[in-house]
Design a protein around this ligand. Structure first.
Ligand code: FNR
Length: 376
C-alpha cells in the first residue's frame, strides 16, 4: 500500500510502522508509564455521539475558522514535536510545507531539528508558530525567542507540562538515544528497515537546532536542560520578550485556566502532552467544556490529545475548542512518506471534517454547537 491509498490515519500509522525502525515508531506512538492518559484521550473520542439534524441544506460546508485574528482553512494546528528529522530526513521542513499547502499553522518545537530560519525558508507562505520550553539558561531562551521572531514567527506556544521528563517506557526498553546510535539492537533493526537507515546515515546529522544537547537518552537531556522552577511569574519576562500572540499549552485544571486567563495570555491549550508526561491525567476532551465555560469568553481555548480524524476535530469544536492541535496523526504520515504523507493526513482530516459536517446537517464549522454532541 502506498501513502496515497491510505483511507485513514490508522492506515498511515500501519505504513509508518513498516517504514520506521521500531524504536523510532515507538518514540512517536508511545506515551508515559502505563500509557493510560493516551489511551483515555483516544477512547474519549470513541465515546462521542453526534446528534445529526436532517433536511438542512448542506451543499456547502465551509471549514475555515479564525484563530488569533487570522483565518485558517480548518480548525487544525500542527502541534510542536521534538526531533522531527528522526521520523523522516525532511523532518520539520516537510511538515511546514504540508501545513503551508493546507493553509493551517505549523508549530516548530524548541526541541526541533531544523532552525526557525530554515523552516521559514522551506515554507515562506505558511503561518509558522514557535513553541518554547524554558531552559535553565534564561539568556538562551531569550536568544531562541529572538531567532523565532527574526524568522517571522508571531505566535508563541509556551509548553508548561514538562517540569521534568515523563517516563516513556518504550524508549527506556529500546535503549533509545537521541540521536539514535548504532548498538546491537539498532543494527538488528537496520536489517529490517534499510531505507530508513540509509536516509539516516546519508542525511545531515541529527541534532537539536536551538538547544544544546549532548547525545543521550531524551529524559536525561530534558532534565538537564529544562528548568523545573518555572512559575506563572515567568510569563512576565516571556511576554516582554515576545510582542506577538501567546498561548500556554498543557493546561489541565479549571483553576489554572482562570489564573492564566487573568495573567493575560491570548489562549490556552487543554492538553496532557498526548499522555507523554503525567499518566492518569485529565482527559482533554472531557475537561475541555469546563475550561471553555470558565474562560472561553476571555481567551481562545484549544485542545489536543487523541485527535486522529476530521470527525474528532468536529467533536472537539462542538465541545467548544477553537481548534485542535495534532501531534501523532501527522507524524504517522511523516514516517510513512515524508511530505506526501503529511499532506495525505491533512487531506484526510479535511475531507472527513467536511463529510462529518454535512452528515451532521450543519452548514459549516461555525454552526457546530454543544447540543450536537455528547459523551456516551
Ligand atoms: C510531542 N509533543 C510535544 N509538545 C511540545 O510542546 N513540545 C515538544 O517538543 C513535543 N514533542 C513531541 C514529540 C512527539 C513524538 C509527540 C508525539 C508529541 C506533544 C504534542 O505537541 C501534542 O501535545 C500531542 O502530540 C497531542 O496528542 P496526539 O495528537 O499526539 O494524540
Amino acid at each position: 500500500r502506498r501513502v496515497a491509498d491510505a483511507a485513514d490515519v490508522a492506515d498511515l500509522r500501519r505504513l509508518a510502522a513498516r517504514r520506521a525502525p521500531r524504536m523510532v515508531f515507538d518514540y512517536v506512538d508511545g506515551a508515559a508509564e502505563g500509557e493510560r492518559s493516551m489511551a483515555r484521550a483516544v477512547a474519549a473520542f470513541d465515546r462521542v455521539e453526534f446528534s445529526p439534524r436532517v433536511l438542512r441544506d448542506v451543499s456547502e460546508a465551509p471549514t475555515s475558522v479564525e484563530v488569533l485574528g487570522r483565518r485558517i482553512a480548518m480548525p487544525v494546528v500542527l502541534g510542536p514535536t521534538g526531533f522531527t528529522r528522526m521520523m523522516h530526513r525532511e523532518g520539520e521542513r516537510a511538515v511546514a510545507r504540508a501545513a503551508e499547502r493546507a493553509a493551517v499553522p505549523y508549530t516548530l518545537s524548541t526541541m526541533g531539528t531544523t532552525s526557525a530560519k530554515d523552516v521559514a525558508i522551506a515554507a515562506p507562505g505558511g503561518w509558522n508558530w514557535f513553541q518554547l520550553y524554558v531552559v535553565r539558561d534564561r539568556s538562551r531562551s531569550l536568544d531562541t525567542l529572538a531567532l523565532a521572531r527574526e524568522a517571522g514567527m508571531d505566535v508563541l506556544v509556551v509548553t508548561v507540562d514538562v517540569p521534568v521528563a515523563g517516563a516513556r517506557l518504550r524508549d527506556v526498553r529500546h535503549g533509545l538515544t537521541i540521536p539514535p546510535s548504532l548498538h546491537w539492537r539498532s543494527v538488528l533493526q537496520a536489517v529490517w528497515r534499510p531505507a530508513w537507515w540509509f536516509d539516516f546515515l546519508t542525511s545531515e546529522p541529527l541534532r537539536f537546532a536551538t538547544v544544546e544537547g549532548a547525545p543521550g537518552d531524551l529524559a536525561g537531556i530534558t532534565n538537564l536542560m529544562f528548568d523545573p522552577s518555572v512559575t506563572i511569574s515567568d510569563l512576565a519576562w516571556i511576554r516582554s520578550a515576545w510582542p506577538g500572540r501567546l498561548l500556554v499549552k498543557g493546561v489541565q485544571r479549571v483553576d489554572d485556566a482562570k489564573e492564566l486567563a487573568a495573567a493575560g495570555v491570548d489562549g490556552l491549550v487543554v492538553s496532557n502532552h498526548g499522555g507523554r508526561q503525567l499518566d492518569r491525567s485529565p482527559t482533554p476532551l472531557e475537561l475541555l467544556p469546563h475550561v471553555v465555560d470558565a474562560v472561553g469568553d476571555r481567551v481562545e481555548v484549544y485542545l489536543d490529545g487523541g485527535v486522529r480524524s476530521g470527525a474528532d476535530v468536529a467533536a472537539a469544536v462542538a465541545f467548544g475548542a477553537r481548534a485542535c492541535f495534532v501531534g501523532r496523526a501527522y507524524l504517522y504520515g511523516l514516517m510513512a512518506g515524508g511530505e506526501l504523507g503529511v499532506r495525505r493526513v491533512l487531506d484526510l482530516l479535511r475531507a472527513e471534517l467536511v463529510r462529518t459536517l454535512q452528515l451532521l446537517g450543519v452548514g459549516g464549522v461555525a454552526e457546530l454547537s454543544r447540543d450536537m454532541v455528547r459523551l456516551r
